[in-house]
Design a protein around this ligand. Structure first.
Ligand code: ZN
Length: 176
């Protein structure tokens, strides 16, 4: 979303959750010439942005849905499924994609928990298309393969995020 300028660093407040693991941040910005606010729910310790929205209630609701989905997948996934080579299908993206590309259950779960949209810019993604599983806190910075750390991202956001954390990226480029 070009034409957006962040006016100041995020304002953190409203710590909540058992052990205060989550906080609500607001980012004042100028969007299309108007002063606007983006809300994001952050899991601070993991450096993860759970949701981004112009609407505070919507940001909280989306974060709640993602946390519940993550809890579900922890419940369903055997531990072995989150170890080793996680995304063998990523290598296939350089080859012409067949019409009915196999989508792993875990990749589908990440797609669903991101509501079928790029986590950062909100662009709709094709489930079997070319989108990235994105580590919000990069592995290089100690980010894990925890479901909450993984989101769907479009190619453009994935490439421009590089090794920055999700919080840095969202703050630099609010709304994607
Ligand atoms: Zn995007």
């Amino acid at each position: 979303m070009s034409g957006e300028h962040v006016l100041q660093r995020p304002i953190y407040g409203g710590v909540f959750g058992e052990d205060g693991g989550y906080s609500l941040a607001s980012v004042p910005c100028v969007s299309r010439g108007l002063h606007a606010t983006r809300y994001m729910v952050i899991q601070a310790k993991a450096g993860v942005v759970l949701s981004i929205s112009e609407d505070k209630a919507l940001a909280l609701e989306r974060a709640r849905v993602r946390i519940l989905a993550a809890n579900d997948s922890h419940h369903l996934q055997p531990q072995s499924a989150v170890q080793g080579e996680l995304w063998p299908e990523e290598a296939l993206l350089t080859a012409p994609a067949p019409q009915t590309q196999y989508v792993s259950r875990r990749r589908k779960a990440i797609y669903d928990s991101s509501a079928g949209k790029c986590h950062y810019c909100g662009r709709a993604l094709d489930l079997s298309g070319n989108w990235h599983v994105e580590h919000q806190l990069p592995r290089a910075l100690g980010g894990g393969d925890d479901t909450l750390n993984l989101v769907a991202a479009c190619v453009r956001c994935n490439l421009s995020k590089n090794d920055s954390t999700a919080i840095e990226f969202v703050t630099r480029k609010v709304g994607g």
